[in-house]
Design a protein around this ligand. Structure first.
Ligand code: LLP
Length: 445
């Protein structure tokens, strides 16, 4: 047992674990606040949302999404640009429709994502299609939809896309995704711009790849693209990548290939606990002089920095299980609902929805009920917990629900969006019956 934290530090690391002062911590996050000791998203009480909709529950703030989007559009207002939100980060139709209405374009990696953005009325000309393994069916669907650009990732994709476009008698607008071989200094699973990664076409053969593209009748070269990784906290790798892409743009001019746009991908990091993360305005200040000199339209593909801190996973403490070595708080969310801690050793903040109870803290491992030791949401967190308490895992708006599964036959959580004091279920909680409605017993003898 230790005393309640009296300091004003948002986060303290110690031998016994991580102590978060929730009231100070949420000041760093958009649209979250404590009102009389209860956590609010905009003007909605999280305790009430949990009671009304049940837990585990994903909760999103419309305002936080719009503010994060606007940070890009205002920071880059001086140049012709288009923000193409990376749908993979959170593909709920509510999130997509809020962004489409605000003028965002979209960055896709599958025809499933294409169908989603078309369903919310996205402007096809603002869509870019990334991904290393686009199938003929996907290329066809995207060409028929009239998307703005294919970010091509291999020589073979150039040939396949040319053939598909010929079949439809159209010209496919393309960028080549170059792999600039820049270290993004992030988790190895989400670093994409190194020679060893499967992404993009190597910087060394990029000019030859463009010349090949130029020789193909049904391709129209419109841009150049790169994306070096995700959860980047520093700006230097972006600047290094931009420098390499600028060199290529010069080399392309020399062989008579002129471009209309440059796509810098996504990747800007967010605060999960106490990371020092560059702000969008700082990112813009570092890149703008070079981009202005270049004079091309600039595309961005941010995902995480738009939605991560606009969302949380709300969960209830089901069982408290102190043991001789570790104290476990077993909650009703698990790795199937939020896999980031298990998959990337990601540390995400866990804060109480009611602060009044924070009187005698212990170091808890917050775990789910899934039958795996890797099923943890947070380790060594100083919290004062009782069965039935509601907790919020912040930063869960990106790569949260989209990466969820039904492992252990667990129905996936509901998703709710808040705007002011209003809220709406934007995805109903799955039912157990839905989990096997498309299955059958095997009836052949
Ligand atoms: N563009 C491309 C081509 C990408 O591959 C990605 C992310 C993005 C844009 C968006 O990056 P962001 O702005 O969100 O960093 N599941 C992992 C993250 C995987 C990111 C994959 N690519 C996680 O939970 O950390």
């Amino acid at each position: 047992m230790s005393n309640p934290d009296l300091s004003q530090a948002a986060v303290q690391h110690s031998e016994s674990g991580l102590r978060i002062n929730p009231e100070v911590f949420v000041k760093k996050l958009p649209t979250l606040s404590y009102q009389q000791g209860t956590l609010f998203v905009e003007q909605a009480s999280v305790q009430q949302l949990a009671e009304q909709y049940g837990t585990p529950l994903y909760v999103y703030s419309k305002q936080a999404i719009l503010d994060a989007y606007t940070a890009y559009t205002t920071s880059f207002a001086a140049i012709d640009h288009q923000v193409c939100y990376a749908v993979k980060a959170n593909s709920n139709l509510a999130v997509l429709s809020v962004l489409a209405k605000a003028g965002a374009g979209f960055d896709l990696v599958s025809s499933g994502e294409l169908a989603r953005v078309l369903a919310v009325g996205a402007d096809p000309s603002k869509i870019v299609f990334s991904g290393v393994g686009k199938t003929v069916t996907e290329l066809t669907a995207a060409l028929k939809a009239g998307i703005g650009c294919f970010n091509v990732e291999s020589l073979s994709e150039l040939d396949t896309l040319n053939a598909v476009a010929a079949e439809l008698n159209v010209k496919a607008p393309i960028s080549i995704r170059v792999n600039p071989d820049v270290d993004a200094k992030t988790h190895p699973y989400i670093s994409t711009g190194l020679k060893d990664n499967k992404f993009g076409i190597s910087h060394d053969i990029a000019v030859a790849a463009y010349q090949h593209a130029a020789s193909l009748e049904h391709l129209q070269i419109v841009g150049i693209d790169c994306h070096i990784g995700s959860q980047l906290t520093e700006i230097d790798p972006f600047v290094a990548a931009l420098d390499k892409v600028c060199e290529l743009i010069e080399a392309l001019k020399k062989v008579g290939i002129e471009l209309q746009h440059i796509d810098l991908g996504g990747g800007l990091g967010v605060i999960y606990i106490d990371e020092e993360v560059a702000k969008v305005s700082e990112f813009a200040a570092a890149l703008l002089p070079k981009l202005q000199e270049l004079g091309l339209k600039v595309f961005f593909e941010p995902g995480r920095s738009i939605v991560a801190n606009a969302g949380m996973l709300v969960t209830k403490v089901e069982v408290l299980k102190p043991t001789e070595h570790r104290d476990f708080a077993i909650v009703d969310a698990a790795m199937n609902d939020l896999i980031r801690p298990a998959l990337y050793q990601a540390e995400m903040a866990v804060i109480p929805v009611q602060t009044a109870s924070q009187v005698s803290q212990k170091s808890w491992d917050i775990v789910g009920a899934v039958c795996e030791t890797g099923d943890f949401l947070a380790k060594k967190r100083l919290l004062s917990l009782a069965v039935g308490d509601i907790l919020a895992i912040t930063g869960a708006g990106a790569y949260g629900f989209v990466m969820s599964s039904n492992y252990n036959s667990r129905p996936r959580p509901a998703e709710v969006m808040v705007s002011g004091d209003k809220h709406q279920v934007v995805r109903a909680r799955e039912t157990v019956a839905q989990l096997f409605e498309t299955e059958s017993t095997f009836d052949i003898d």
